[in-house]
Write a protein that binds this ligand. Sequence first.
Ligand code: ACO
Length: 429
Amino acid sequence: MADTLTITDNRTGKQYEVPVTEGTIRATDLRQIKTAPEDPGLATYDPAFMNTSACRSRITYIDGDKGILEYRGYPIEQLAEHSNYLETAYLILFGELPTDAQLKTWITDITLHTMVHENIKKLMEGFQYDAHPMGVLISTIAAFSTFYPDAKAIFDEQSRKKQIHRLIAKVPSIAAYAYRHSIGRPYVYPDNDLSFTGNFLNMLFKMTELKYKANPVLERALDVLFILHADHEQNCSTSAMRGIGSSHVDPYSAMAGAAAALYGPLHGGANEAVLRMLNEIGSVSKVPDFIKKVKSGEGSKLMGFGHRVYKSYDPRAKVIKKIADLVFAVTGKNPLLEIALELERIALQDDYFVTRKLYPNVDFYSGLIYQAMGFPVEMFPVLFAIPRTAGWVAQWEEMLLDTEQKIARPRQIYTGPVHRDYVPRDKRS
Ligand code: ACO
């Protein structure tokens, strides 16, 4: 059997044969299908990219029906159990798990870049005390491009490497600054004796003690959450990173756009929305009524449920549910947990959710953990952006080095008026 697709154009009676490779046909192969020489050729219409592959990628594999997520072939469950965030970030970027020596060098490379320029602090001081930390983060990432003009050399491997180190290292620092600013506490400088996640907690929560030491259970839990969020193939924010980066702008400007995409409540802002929803429901007894409203369309969506790709339980949500128990053993149970468990219990047996294959996603339980650890809800999307930095920069670099890629430019079906002559203002009705 040939790996081809035969297409009969019933408008002309002509037949075409196009190659099928890796389960796809090339959209440009359809251009030869024309009704007349001046016809631009057949195109596909795919709002929201429901069925279009925009790249070939070696980074992250997802099987949404089976609930499988792998970075470079390694199952997320194994990475969550055995790896740490920086090692996983290395894997995502370089394709292989590091040797001991490679990991040591990588950790040093990142650690040496955790400080931010003092003027960045001044820039951040300009925000209102109640500025949403995600807005502060997005603006500050964009501002980095003015501090590191060398980042424009995107086809210089060494320059790319440096910007990648800077981004992975500095995003936690500005995230922590944004948080401290919002609560009116002085900034805490990075402590390079600590782990990546331990230092982040230090910059967030250090008070007057000489040396901050995070609770090891909470430090490990946050590190695992970082592993789970490190990449997720061609989601909304990663597509933004690739799309903006395809114009060959510097990675800071591209990543500010990616972080902005993440901010939305349908994407990384969902964990914040889940907490607000649980607070709004208020008690377990009100869950059935809330579900009724979701189903009738009268209320909002059930936040933290559903996914474009996963049509079964999100494998990240399974790991998070286990971490939640460890965290709550230290912090005490989050009182909203009972409401979340009841929502899940009812939704998983309800026909509306079952037939639409709506299951808890990564954001359903992560917010409960973040809240128990002392983070305000506004910080939740920021906690998503920190680890996703590794995925964004890996996908950006893969896009740049892919010889098939060009500036991203979708087509449209124009539905407006075709041609009309300008009407002077006094002649308009
Ligand atoms: N609650 C209630 N109904 C839902 C939900 C939900 N959370 N999600 C989807 N549906 C319904 C839709 O209304 C639609 O119903 P219909 O067929 O009767 O019209 C059907 O399920 C299919 O949903 P779509 O909107 O077509 O699915 P899509 O793939 O476009 O959306 C999305 C995926 C955006 C994640 C959606 O499920 C959603 O809004 N969920 C809530 C927000 C959320 O948790 N986002 C986080 C995603 S994970 C992440 O980004 C990290």
